[in-house]
Design a protein around this ligand. Sequence first.
Ligand code: ARG
Length: 442
Amino acid sequence: MKLWGGRFTNREDEIMEQFNTSLPVDHRLYHEDIVGSLAHVTMLVHSDLLTPEEGELLVNGLQSILSDIQSGELKVEGDYEDIHSFVEMHLTERIGETGKKLHTARSRNDQVAVDVRLYAKNKASEVMDSLEQLIDSLYKKSVDNNVIMPGYTHLQRAQVVTFSHHLGAYSQMFKRDKKRIENAIEIMDENPLGCGALAGTTHNIDRNVTTELLGFAKPVDNFLDGVSDRDYLLELMSDFSIIMMHLSRLSEELILWSSQEFGFIKMDDAYSTGSSIMPQKKNPDAAELIRGKTGRVYGSLFALLTTMKGLPLTYNKDMQEDKEQFFDALDTVLDCLEIMSKMIDTLHVNADNMKAAIKAGFLNATEVADYLVSKGTPFRDAHSIVGKLIIYCEEQEKAIEDLTVEEFAKFSGHIADDIYDYIDYDNIITKGNKGLLKIVTQ
Ligand code: ARG
C-alpha cells in the first residue's frame, strides 16, 4: 500500500515492492514519526492551514495509533512502503478524509530527516549513559584493587604501575568518547522539518513552532542541506567506531590477563563459556565477541560513507540504506558497553600473580639507573651499567633487589645500602611524579 500512484498506469512489480520497502527496518521509528507528525499538525493549525477541529481530530487519531502500537494491539508490519505510509494510512483509516490533510506542507524527505534526527539524538544520549555506567564500573574496580602490576610496552614487562592506573587509562578514553558524542548531539541539534521535498513550501508555515515542540535548538539554515544531510549519522558512527576500538583494546587485555600465561584476572562464569570437547576450558567469549564486533561497527560506518559519497543534492533513495547501518552500529555499541560494564563489575583480580610477574621482570631496572643518576652518574652511563647488571642477574637467576651490596659494587662504586629502599616496588610507585599512581581516577 502506497501514498502515491496517481501518475502510474502499471502496477509495481512484486519484487520491486519488496526491494523498495523499508518498513522491516524503519518500523522502530514509529514513535519519532508520530511525535514529528503531532508537532507538524500543531504547526499547521498555528499557521491557519488546518482548522482547530481538524487539528484535534488528527492529534487524537495519531495518539490512538501511538498508544495501540505501544500496547501491542497494533503491530507495525504489513504491506506498507515505510513507517511514514504505515502511520498516515492507518490514520486515514481511523479518522477518515481529514487524515489526508496530515501531509500538507510536508514531504517524506523532511519527514524521514526529522524522524532519524530525533531518534539519533535520543539514542546518542543513551550511549552517553552507558559510557557513564562503564566509567563507574572501572572506577569501582580500581578503588577495590589499587594493587601493583607490571606495565608494558611492546607487550614486554617495562615498569611497575598499578591496576587502578591501568584501568584509569580506559576511563580517560571513555570520557573522551562521551565528549565526542556530546559534541555530535550539539551539531545535529537542528530541525529539518519544513524543508519539504527540497525547496520548502509555498505555504506560510512557521518552522520555529515545530523546532520548539520537538526540542531542537534551531531550524536548519538550508532546505537542500536539511533533506540530504546524513553527517550526524556518520559522525555518531565514527564516534561509535572509536568507542568500539577502545572496548576492543580493553577486551584484548582482559583476554590476555585471563590466560594461564598471565593469570592476572579471572572472568566471572556469567561472561565466559566452555568448550564442547575440552572439559577444563573456560573461554573469555564476551570479550572476544566485543573485539570481533568492532569490525562490524567499522563496516557500518564505511558502508554509509560509501553510500553517501557520490550523491548529488538532494534526497536520493540510496539514503534509505542509512538506517540499517546506523541501527546495527547503535545496537552493537549499546550491547557491548553493557556487557563490558558487567564483565568489569564481576571480574576477580589476582594481586599475587601480578606481584610475582613484577618480581620476575626486572621492572625496577630504570629506578636503579635513576639511583645512579642521583649519585652523580650521567644517565647514559647509568643505563649501560644497569644493562650489564641485568645480564649478571639473569646468569645468577636473581632479582635486582636480591643482590648484595658487594655484588652491586662490581658494577658501580656509587651503590650503597640505600639502594634497597630506592628500588623497592611499593616505594617506586610513590616516588617523584609517580605519586599519581596512587590516585585512582574516575
Ligand atoms: N523510506 C524512505 C527513506 O528511508 C523515506 C523517504 C522517502 N522519500 C522519497 N522521496 N521516496 O529514505
